[in-house]
Design a protein around this ligand. Sequence first.
Ligand SMILES: *[C@@H]1O[C@H](CO)[C@@H](O)[C@H](O)[C@H]1NC(C)=O
Ligand SMILES: *[C@@H]1O[C@H](CO)[C@@H](O)[C@H](O)[C@H]1NC(C)=O
Length: 286
Amino acid sequence: MGRLFVLGFVVVLAASSLAATVNKNFNTDFAVTWSPDHVNTLLGGSALQLRLDNSSGSGFASKGQFLFGKISMDMKLVPGDSAGTVTAYYLTSGQTPNRDELDFEFLGNVSGEPYILQTNIYSNGVGAREQRIFLWFDPTTSFHSYSVLWNQHQIVFLVDEIPIRVFRNNEAKGVAFPSKQSMGAFSSIWNGDQWATRGGVVKIDWSKAPFVASYRNFAVDACESGKVEACSAMASSAWWNEERYRSLNRNQRHRLKWVQKNYMVYDYCIDTSRYPTPPAECKDAF
Ligand SMILES: *[C@@H]1O[C@H](CO)[C@@H](O)[C@H](O)[C@H]1NC(C)=O
Ligand SMILES: *[C@@H]1O[C@H](CO)[C@@H](O)[C@H](O)[C@H]1NC(C)=O
């Protein structure tokens, strides 16, 4: 009995050293991936800014790799005339043919017109699952949180804790589900004016540069390990595998429907010119 207790205690300790909410530091826990002179950290590394101007965009990436849990970033997007700019925040296993990836892409607009938030999901290299929504607030005036809850059962995209998208584990229907590769967090700002704003009609007005996106509170409560076995080993004790995180609750379903009804502007699931037969995961009901 005593020995079992001690063993259990050790397992819990081992698990908690891999998972506890940690607010990451942009100086020490991230690396600049593109154009260091367009990346500024502020407040001792608790905040960061990316800049796009006519000479370059910029980007950064976490040093850590994550597999399951909750991963969250607060962002404030380019204010004013941001038409043609794309600010991407995503988790990816890497640029490989079988990559897993969860994307938030913010498509800028001219002053006073709404941003679009495009999300996409790659599982085992298969993507092309775009959805687009307007937001119910102006994402350029203050920080809002953009998060992913990820376990073996579902992946939930959250904006200020409101679910905007769910990708359920449909491996039983032959749909690959991201669960075998850890992912790092990445962000970049770049010129997307070939397609981003009104389908590419509106170009970047470089006289409005620099375009600055701001970040803070990168919070991780996840299995942080590049080793898939280590994360699988903690599955039974991890909070994100508890019953209540395996599907949306009533209130969350209600909120998701509210987003879909009032803010959704594009959904690959109902784009019959691309998918005459909707992909299998599209038949999920919430
Ligand atoms: C880029 O912007 C700077 C500052 O506004 C300006 O001086 C320069 O001429 C621009 N360069 C190009 C290639 O447009
Ligand atoms: C920009 O504003 C126009 C006009 O309101 C709108 O049609 C478009 O969806 C908005 N967003 C983007 C990214 O184009």
